[in-house]
Design a protein around this ligand. Structure first.
Ligand code: URA
Length: 316
């Protein structure tokens, strides 16, 4: 019978349609069933029919869940999430909440104004303390508005080795320190293999605020913070720079190739404010190694290259 054709609309599949009047006549019942099946309502989901037109009053918990979802919505400057569809076969309360849409990147200042402000503030900073103040005064990166803390740097600012990662995550945002979460712990363990700890290196990120929901930072956000990380490196003036992961490698070394090609190789990092180029090596991001454990061997080889370079430069 055409009514049970598997080619029915997937949207209609499994739905129960309202039967307006209960018919007395069995031929009429058969016709109505055929009509429902043709519309895709070909499975019995519950014992007895439910009038979904009355569902909004019949399921108070479902009605309550909508404002709860709204109250968890992103701040007002963000576009509101699409309102959930009313429940069809189950009360909405029994369903998992729809995933929150990622918070969109809203520019804090027009791009050129942000870039000019960043350059001006960063270049005027003559110490790390002044650079923190400059960042606190900078309004050109929208991430600042959603972050809890400015995540500046950790470790020894007088060290000869500087690591630069991507952006703070939730743990870093809470603590106000870079690389303190699981991936930071793995990084500490990895560099511990070659005798390094945070008294012997300094660590920061190319972004100073957490992207909401850990989404990938936009190129505008990276560009807005670029003068700060450039100045940050100039002020620390390390002998060796290690870029941690693809985004920081791209932002600082502009290789135009993936981290899987560039990791473990030495490049020169140079800015006009540096007296000489700094040898820089990309390494895999520890968050990637937590997923791709097979790459740990390559990560280990990269760290041995770092150890060798430090020995060549007489850095212990
Ligand atoms: N990942 C990063 O790139 N930086 C952090 O600070 C934490 C995780």
């Amino acid at each position: 019978m055409a009514a049970y054709s598997p080619s029915r609309s997937p949207q209609a599949r499994g739905k129960i349609f309202r039967m307006p009047v209960f018919p007395a006549d069995s031929r009429e019942i058969a016709a109505l069933l055929a009509w429902q099946a043709a519309a895709g309502a070909d499975e019995a989901i519950e014992e007895s029919p439910v009038d979904r037109y009355k569902a909004s009053t019949a399921f108070p918990t479902a009605a309550k869940s909508a404002p709860a979802q709204l109250s968890e919505a992103p701040p007002p400057r963000q576009p509101a999430p699409p309102s959930p569809k009313p429940p069809v076969t189950k009360p909405a309360a029994a369903r998992p909440a729809p995933p929150k849409p990622p918070v969109a990147a809203t520019p804090a200042l027009p791009k050129t104004a942000a870039a000019a402000s960043a350059r001006e503030l960063a270049s005027a900073a003559n110490s790390l303390e002044e650079l923190v103040e400059a960042l606190a005064a900078f309004d050109g990166c929208a991430l600042k508005k959603t972050a809890t803390n400015l995540v500046f740097g950790d470790g020894n600012p007088n060290a000869k080795i500087m690591f630069v990662g991507e952006a703070p995550g939730a743990d870093e945002d809470r603590a106000g320190k870079p690389f303190v979460g699981v991936s930071g712990q793995l990084l500490d363990k990895m560099v511990g293999w070659i005798g390094l700890d945070r008294t012997k290196f300094y660590i920061t990120n190319i972004l100073y605020w957490r992207p909401p929901g850990n989404r990938t930072p936009t190129s505008d956000e990276v560009a807005a913070c670029q003068p700060f990380i450039a100045r940050h490196i100039e002020l620390v003036a390390p002998a060796v720079l290690v870029t941690v992961g693809g985004p920081s490698t791209e932002a600082l070394l502009h290789r135009g190739e993936g981290i899987s090609r560039s990791h473990g190789r030495w490049y020169d990092y140079q800015t006009p404010g540096l007296p000489a180029p700094i040898p820089a090596m990309p390494i895999f991001h520890p968050a990637f190694l937590l997923r791709a454990t097979a790459q740990k061997r390559a990560a280990w080889r990269d760290l041995l290259k770092l150890e060798q370079k430090l020995a060549e430069l007489g850095i212990s």
